[in-house]
Ligand binder design. Structure first.
Ligand SMILES: Nc1ncnc2c1ncn2[C@@H]1O[C@H](COP(=O)(O)OP(=O)(O)OP(=O)(O)O)[C@@H](O)[C@H]1O
Length: 221
């Protein structure tokens, strides 16, 4: 892949997540167009932009939850783990059961590291439905760790987290990157992750509403 207009593609490095000229829509309304970037192993990209500009929509498109109007996403099959507002938590299972469930789904072993690093050990036997909002969010992020997947696509990962938990999360992301993982995140806060590239989506605002391909599919998403 060539260097793109976000300037994030390091020449000669293998591209792990390539987003080329993507246009995407929500509710039949085109939001973004011409979005291109690459994220290489060990790198993180933070998406910024005002409320409603399409950050969530772009992340959903990257994660394969909705079709793009145009463009191309290059990523190894089964490389992406997506975490959004809903967190993917099973309410009636305990914290440990949730993580074991996901470890089994993704074919990974061991939940200890995730429990430890997201400060969930003391909550391991508590039903997920009885967790506080921030604790639920920590469980959702621990789920990412047990997926074993290299590309983390995260929508507002720090919502409901207190300062200490944000720091835990940032540590976990750093370790993920150090192991050759990647992360694409939408967040409004300064994570304290200066090594992450920032991409402001404001400049990719779609010029014309285009209720075209994709809007029918979206009715079912
Ligand atoms: N299910 C839906 N149906 C129709 N329109 C939607 C739907 N979900 C979101 N939208 C609209 O699509 C636009 C983009 O929403 P999106 O959630 O991608 O923005 P965002 O940049 O992530 O916003 P925020 O910073 O507030 O999280 C918004 O105008 C929103 O109202």
């Amino acid at each position: 892949m060539q260097e793109n207009d976000a300037g994030l593609c390091a020449a000669g490095q293998p591209v792990a997540l390539g987003v080329t000229n993507i246009a995407c829509a929500r509710g039949g309304l085109a939001l973004l167009e011409g979005v291109s970037f690459t994220v290489t192993p060990g790198a993180a990209l933070v998406l910024r932009g005002p409320n409603g500009c399409g950050k969530t929509t772009l992340l959903r498109t990257i994660a394969g939850l909705q079709p793009a109007l145009a463009g191309k996403i290059d990523c190894a099959p089964d490389a992406i783990a997506y975490a959004a507002h809903a967190d993917g938590i099973k309410a009636t299972l305990t914290v440990a059961e949730n993580l074991r469930f996901w470890a089994a789904i993704y074919g990974t072993i061991g939940i200890d590291t995730a429990l430890e690093q997201m400060n969930l050990r003391g909550l391991a036997e508590r039903a997920a439905q009885n967790l506080s909002a921030g604790q639920k969010r920590r469980l959702g992020l621990a789920r990412l760790m047990v997926t074993g997947r290299p590309v983390w696509v995260l929508d507002e990962p720090t919502v409901s987290l207190d300062t200490a938990s944000v720091a835990l999360f940032v540590d976990v992301v750093r370790q993920h990157l150090a192991g050759g993982g990647m992360a694409v995140m939408a967040t409004h806060i300064d994570l304290g992750l200066p090594e992450a590239e920032i991409l402001d989506l404001s400049r990719f605002k779609a010029r014309l509403p285009e209720p075209g391909r994709g809007s029918f599919d979206e009715a079912f998403l």
